[in-house]
Ligand binder design. Structure first.
Ligand SMILES: Cc1cc2nc3c(=O)[nH]c(=O)nc-3n(C[C@H](O)[C@H](O)[C@H](O)COP(=O)(O)OP(=O)(O)OC[C@H]3O[C@@H](n4cnc5c(N)ncnc54)[C@H](O)[C@@H]3O)c2cc1C
Length: 302
């Protein structure tokens, strides 16, 4: 397809949220460019769960099918690459990619996701998404009733423990240093037979990402089958902030119910905007964003 000089919409990020937005916009006859660098957050997960019609497929299979379906709409173009900057133009916005090439559009959508920051514990990153888990709704069923750890401290450890106790009663909190749980929280956890281990972790022994043991710096160890962690994160790209989009206190891109950021013409959807981190939610947000962007374009032109 010959690319238009100016697109209606450029979508940065072509995973679930971006592809859903692209489908909605393609079906609305819009010229769309999807720029994607190919690094979705769940790429290491062997099976993705809890997305109706695709339960248990690999993340890649779901994305491949989605792309195949979006490609049916000939006004949507794809570009594999990294968007490196965004700038204002007379009629909208420009996006520069890694090789210096520039593309322009009337509206931009950031569907860029977030990047989890791994602790520097050997074995942790290798096990992320395989047996070190971010969400019980995505993976809890597969490790139900198993020996499970919570890698957290303080309020987060307390919240996660109570959540995960729905899936297993074989739970231990690993605070990896002195516990910052309150006395009240500790008493409640103990009442639910949830143990608290403060020893510093030296390694997660694993086979192909499946945890076997936690090793501690004091020479002891504990056997384990799964561990939950709520990791700190950064936005996958700093382009939204550099373009003036405000972030929330938690670090998500601030959006209104129509997925508009705080900068007119810039939209955001998916993991970069919300704690509800599921494929289904990313798709839902992407679809809504497509609708809302198209509505704004119609209103500007009609
Ligand atoms: C380990 C793990 C396992 C998970 N398992 C499940 C599960 O089983 N079930 C479930 O429902 N959910 C699961 N999730 C959550 C789910 O993967 C996310 O909610 C979903 O991927 C969010 O989609 P997204 O499109 O917002 O972001 P992502 O899927 O993270 O995609 C963002 C895309 O934007 C691209 N990008 C970023 N910056 C740029 C740039 N500057 N230029 C070009 N491209 C860029 C990236 O390369 C990437 O392709 C899991 C998450 C993790 C971390």
């Amino acid at each position: 397809m010959k690319q238009p000089a100016i697109f209606d919409v450029i979508i940065i990020g072509g995973s679930y949220a971006g592809l859903a937005a692209a489908m909605a916009l393609g079906r609305a006859l819009r010229n769309v460019l999807v720029i994607d660098s190919g690094s979705p957050c769940n790429k290491q997960t062997p099976h993705s769960h809890n997305f109706l019609t695709n339960d248990g497929k690999t993340p890649e299979e779901i994305a491949r099918l989605a792309k195949q379906q979006v490609r049916m709409y000939s006004s949507v173009s794809f570009l594999e690459g990294l968007a490196t900057a965004c700038f204002k133009t007379e009629r909208g916005f420009g996006v520069q990619i890694h090789n210096g090439e520039e593309f322009t559009a009337r509206k931009l959508v950031f569907a860029t996701g977030i990047r989890d920051i791994m602790p520097s514990i050997p074995g942790f990153a290798e096990s992320w998404g395989i047996s070190v888990l971010h969400c019980p709704y995505c993976h809890g069923y597969e490790v139900r009733h198993q020996q499970t750890g919570i890698f957290a401290n303080g309020d987060t450890a307390y919240e996660l423990s109570s959540l995960i106790s729905n899936w297993t009663n074989n739970l231990t909190v690993y605070t990896n240093g002195k516990s910052t749980l309150t006395e009240q929280q500790q008493t409640k956890l103990t009442a639910h037979s949830i143990k608290i281990i403060e020893s510093e972790i030296s390694k997660l022994e694993n086979i192909n990402g499946y945890i076997q043991n936690i090793l501690f710096t004091n020479g002891t160890n504990a056997s384990l089958r799964a561990m939950y962690a709520r990791l700190p994160f950064v936005q996958h790209t700093s382009i939204p902030q550099e373009s003036g989009c405000e972030l929330t206190q938690e670090g998500y891109i601030k959006i209104d119910p129509a997925h508009r950021t705080t900068v007119y013409g810039l939209y955001a959807c998916g993991d970069n905007t919300t704690r509800i981190r599921t494929v289904a939610n990313a798709v839902s947000m992407g679809t809504t964003t497509g609708l809302m962007v198209n509505k704004e374009l119609i209103e500007e032109d009609f």
